[in-house]
Design a protein around this ligand. Structure first.
Ligand code: DON
Length: 305
């Protein structure tokens, strides 16, 4: 296994030159384009680490699966899916167009920005600090890592350049699809996107979803099996944005990407995969990360779709 992953790392990292590091949030533009880390955590707790597996980066959109899992646990699937849909979209992750066109102006799914903002608003905790605490607590448990924290510089940078997310949120409120204090909700969203992580943490979180909510490192049941299954299903259809269909065909593993360059994969009953390489394709997915996921799916014969 170690040798196979080393070979996959060596080949995939060469692909990074075909992508571009995200620059619409100034702090993200500082990411090291040459960093490449890969980690696999199996459901029996075995771990394989390769390259810059401890290289720090921010979760960005991968955080959306943490908040979704929390909302599903706390509010239940009926409440969550009455406020956001569960269908893929062919539009970019921060698109406004479809929201305005399609009554009842409900976000297509919880993993595009508008949907993730609505999911934050559904958390029952009072006020921004309590919501953030609940997200951080679940994130630490999913990753079996108590030292997970927020990258303050990325958070501030994100908040200072948030016109698009702000317009999505205020539009949603104007059509009655978002309730609550918009600035509080956005603040929680910016902080969840700025959670600092590494490929190893991602692989443990992926393994927890793969093992129906049981974290194989801590040995604790973190979320219910039904929440784990629902999040895996949404990852399958929507996790790679408008690249989800192509990813399902080529790779066949439920996964979630973020503009920090991370991709989390979850192979039910077998393993979690974490990969990071900051240069992205035009859809916001890590180019070398995509190559690694495809290789892993083939070499480890772990496609599930
Ligand atoms: O809302 C944003 O723009 C980012 N903080 C998160 C978006 C993201 O990661 C999209 N991913 N591929």
């Amino acid at each position: 296994m170690k040798d196979i992953l080393e070979e996959i790392s060596r080949r995939s990292r060469l692909k990074a030159t075909e992508g571009t590091v995200a620059s619409y949030i100034p702090e993200l533009a500082k990411a090291d384009p040459e960093a490449f880390g890969l980690a696999v955590t199996e459901c029996d707790g075995s771990q394989y680490l390769s390259g810059n597996w401890d290289h720090p980066f921010t979760l960005q959109s991968i955080s959306k699966i943490v908040t979704l899992a929390l909302a599903l646990e706390e509010r239940g699937p009926e409440r969550v899916f009455s406020s956001v849909g569960s269908s893929p979209t062919a539009d970019p992750f921060n698109s406004i167009m479809r929201l305005e066109m399609d009554a009842p102006h409900r976000p297509n799914n919880p993993l595009i920005n508008s949907g993730a903002i609505v999911v934050v608003s559904l958390l029952p905790e009072e006020g921004r600090e309590r919501k953030v605490d609940a997200i951080m607590d679940l994130c630490r448990k999913l990753m079996a890592n108590d030292s997970i924290d927020i990258d303050d510089r990325v958070y501030r940078s994100e908040k200072n350049t948030s016109d698009r997310n702000r317009s999505l949120a205020y539009f949603l409120r104007s059509v009655g699809s978002l309730n609550g204090d918009v600035e509080d909700i956005l603040d929680v969203y910016f902080r969840q996107c700025s959670i600092k992580t590494c490929a190893k943490d991602l692989s443990i979180m992926g393994a927890t979803f793969a093992c129906d909510g049981l974290n194989p490192i801590s040995g604790k049941q973190i979320i219910s099996p039904s929440t784990a299954r629902t999040v895996r299903a949404i990852m399958t259809t929507c996790g790679m944005y408008d690249g989800s269909g192509e990813f399902a065909v080529k790779v066949g593993i439920p996964a979630k990407s973020g503009v920090g360059g991370g991709i989390l994969g979850t192979v039910p009953g077998r393993m979690g995969i974490g990969v990071v390489s900051p240069p992205l394709d035009e859809k916001g997915n890590s180019v070398a990360g995509l190559a690694a996921m495809k290789d892993i799916s083939e070499k480890l014969r772990c496609r599930v779709l």
